[in-house]
Ligand binder design. Structure first.
Ligand code: NI
Ligand code: MN
Length: 225
């Protein structure tokens, strides 16, 4: 069992067996977030790529919780230079932490950090917690590699961006869910900025037509998987 709470944009908290992690903690500046960085209590932070709407409040949360930021080597080094605890990983690599296992997959996107520093290669995340496999796609276009992630992992829930412009749109995200052979799919990365409007209910309907369960969590809502 694992509990996923959506905080708008690409930010989720995953909890299981008394441990919790936050992915892409963009809260300050996220019009959908109902919590402040100071309210976040977690055992780790996972960051998909360097863009400000993903690295977000990672440094503050890491310092408050004395917990590591898990990301690619370049982002981990940038965070370490700002005084945060880090655990560097890189694409294709995984590590078992106390809360579970994290593996980075490629994402088709960019990754520069807010100050223009090089942020390495953007990632998606395979998070194994509470006997479940959660795939967080990060920011990405659709790629046929997703079929491989589906073949190699039994994915319980795929969190997929649907807002278009910077990432997949709804139709591409539906195809991604099919490629991933995921049991359930949850939309993210939409409506937070005027340039990424999308109707999450349309995504839910369309994945259902393809035999995949759609999970719609509004900001602040949770689902148990
Ligand atoms: Ni991005
Ligand atoms: Mn983004």
């Amino acid at each position: 069992m694992a509990k996923i709470t959506y905080h708008g944009h690409s930010c989720v908290v995953v909890e299981s067996q008394g441990k919790s992690v936050i992915i892409d903690p963009f809260l300050n500046g996220n019009s959908h977030a109902k919590i402040k960085p100071s309210e976040v209590k977690v055992d780790a932070i996972i960051v998909t790529h360097g863009h400000g709407d993903h690295i977000g409040d990672s440094i503050e949360i890491a310092k408050n919780n004395n917990c590591p930021i898990i990301s690619n080597f370049e982002i981990a080094n940038w965070c370490a230079a700002k005084g945060a605890n880090v655990h560097p990983l890189h694409i294709g690599g995984s590590h078992i932490f106390e809360f579970g296992k994290v593996k980075l997959t490629p994402a088709v996107h960019g990754s520069s950090l807010p100050d223009g520093s090089y942020g390495g290669f953007p990632a998606g995340i395979l998070l194994f917690m509470g006997g479940k496999c959660i795939y967080h796609a990060g920011d990405t276009g659709i790629t046929s590699d997703m079929a491989l992630y589906g073949r190699l992992n039994e994915i319980d829930v795929a969190l997929l961006p649907i807002g278009d412009n910077f990432t997949m749109d709804i139709n591409d995200a539906v195809e991604a869910a099919v490629l991933l052979q995921t049991k359930a799919a949850m939309p993210m990365h939409y409506d937070t900025f005027p340039i990424i409007p999308a109707d999450p209910k349309e995504f839910i309907e369309k994945v259902k037509e393809r035999g995949i369960k759609g999970i719609l969590c509004l900001p602040g809502e949770s689902v148990e998987i």
